[in-house]
Design a binder for this molecule. Structure first.
Ligand SMILES: Cc1ncc(COP(=O)(O)O)c(C=O)c1O
Length: 432
């Protein structure tokens, strides 16, 4: 692939890139929503990923097996339901850079984080603070504040919120390092994102973990915007736990079954946890004994038997990722997002300000932009784009997020975004 300097803002160039893209065939595996007789320019896989074509048949197969086999589907289905979560385990591990014993697909994201905090947030009078970022996703703030209260402490004192210290609202490693050094002895848990939802900033998980562990803190990451987006190496990062949802870059459908990671060093520890029979050792689970005999690894955090109709899309989606290969996807993603950035900086600099870090290692697919003319102009641009089938998303008060997903987005999509913004700017200027 040519170097970034070869970027050009014309349709033919973009089409040539798309034609030469070794991953181009994957777009056809997704259902692109229609618009005005054509297709949407769907740049919002950071919010809800598109439906893989294979999902419909996978769901129909499960419905047929249920109809055909009834309860026997647990053992004799095409994908037997009893060990169904194990069918997705290896590919999930591959996707997030983990060992199979470290991952499990279960529940939803916030539920998983709560379950993991039961084990990894063990406050004491001397050490009960939680470090998060000030711009944390509201659900993450709710999660930690309620955990702090649940343990009898006061979030006003025990919740440390890190302020952004860089121009786009992003956080420098120095700021994180300072906060951990300053408060480390009273921090029980550091909970940060893999990729920040609003700014698109990707964090250095390994360095954060090292700093926090050196102070005796536990470390977990909310990887909602990282899983399927950046090439995570959760095991090597050495963090204690992580969780993510599967409806964004993982394309597993609205409210899809989420994921959880527990580092292998905790696989055989008897950590306090909320228990349910699916966390029991598989070899004794059906002996119906009174005592809880936990299964090793992340599986031990499961409570209930897996929801097959909800897991089927994840199984299909992980198969797509396996074939595409996360490292190849990341390579394309860097270039696609680099092209979008170049288009904005070279054509639209007077209109849009990019908030996301410029360094490819500090971001994933998403660029977050702010309209220089202010919030109302930003909302007007957003509405203009949506009306023309160019989908990003809007986050109050004034941020538009655009995320070319390398599985199905193209260089032409990025160009169409830039051209539609340019048309708005011309229109706005002539009507102002
Ligand atoms: C960073 C982050 N954390 C948490 C959540 C909440 O996820 P859920 O509703 O699946 O628990 C979201 C949802 O978009 C998110 O983006």
């Amino acid at each position: 692939m040519p170097h970034q300097n070869d970027f050009r803002a014309d349709v033919e160039w973009a089409r040539t890139q798309d034609d030469g893209d070794p991953l181009r065939g994957f777009r056809n595996e997704f259902l692109i929503p229609p618009h005005a007789g054509g297709e949407q320019t769907y740049l919002v896989g950071n919010s809800l990923g598109l439906q893989p074509r294979g999902v419909r048949q996978a769901l129909l197969d499960e419905l047929d097996d249920w109809a055909r086999l009834g309860v026997e589907g647990h053992l004799h289905g095409r994908h037997p339901w009893l060990p169904y979560h194990a069918e997705v385990r290896d590919r999930l591990a591959e996707l997030v850079g983990a060992e199979p014993i470290e991952v499990v697909a279960m529940n939803s994201l916030t539920v998983n984080l709560h379950l993991l905090l039961v084990s990894f947030y063990r406050p004491t009078p001397e050490r009960h603070a939680i470090l998060i970022e000030r711009n944390a996703f509201p659900s993450d703030r709710d999660l930690v504040a309620s955990q702090i209260r649940f343990h009898g402490y006061d979030p006003a004192e025990a919740l440390i919120e890190l302020d952004a210290d860089e121009p786009g609202g992003t956080l420098s490693m120095e700021a994180i390092e300072r906060a951990i050094a300053e408060h480390g002895k009273r921090i029980a848990l550091v909970l940060l994102p893999g990729v920040q939802y609003l700014t698109g900033q990707a964090f250095d998980l390994a360095t954060i973990t090292k700093l926090a562990h050196a102070q005796g803190c536990r470390v977990g990451f909310d990887c909602a915007h990282a899983a399927g987006n950046i090439d995570l190496r959760l095991h090597d990062s050495d963090c204690d736990f992580a969780a993510w949802c599967s409806y964004k870059y993982l394309n597993s459908g609205p409210g899809a079954v989420a994921g959880a990671f527990v580092h292998a060093r905790h696989a055989r520890e008897t950590l306090p946890r909320f228990e349910g029979w699916w966390g029991r050792n598989e070899s004794t689970r059906f002996e119906m004994r009174p005592e809880f005999d936990s299964t090793p690894g992340a599986d031990g955090w499961q409570l209930s038997n897996p929801p097959i109709l909800a897991l089927a899309p994840l199984r299909v989606s992980l198969d797509v990722f396996h074939r595409a290969d996360m490292f190849r996807l990341r390579e394309k993603s860097r270039r696609l997002t680099g092209y979008l950035e170049w288009l904005i900086e070279s054509q639209l600099h007077d209109t849009l300000e990019i908030l996301t870090p410029v360094e490819p290692a500090r971001r994933g697919a998403q660029l977050s932009v702010r309209v220089r003319a202010g919030r109302d102009a930003g909302k007007s641009l957003f509405d203009h784009l949506v009306a023309r089938g160019v989908l990003g998303d809007w986050r109050e008060p004034d941020v538009m997020r655009i995320a070319p997903a390398p599985l199905y987005n193209t260089f032409s999509d990025c160009l169409r975004y830039a051209e539609t913004v340019r048309a708005w700017r011309e229109h706005d200027r002539t009507t102002a």
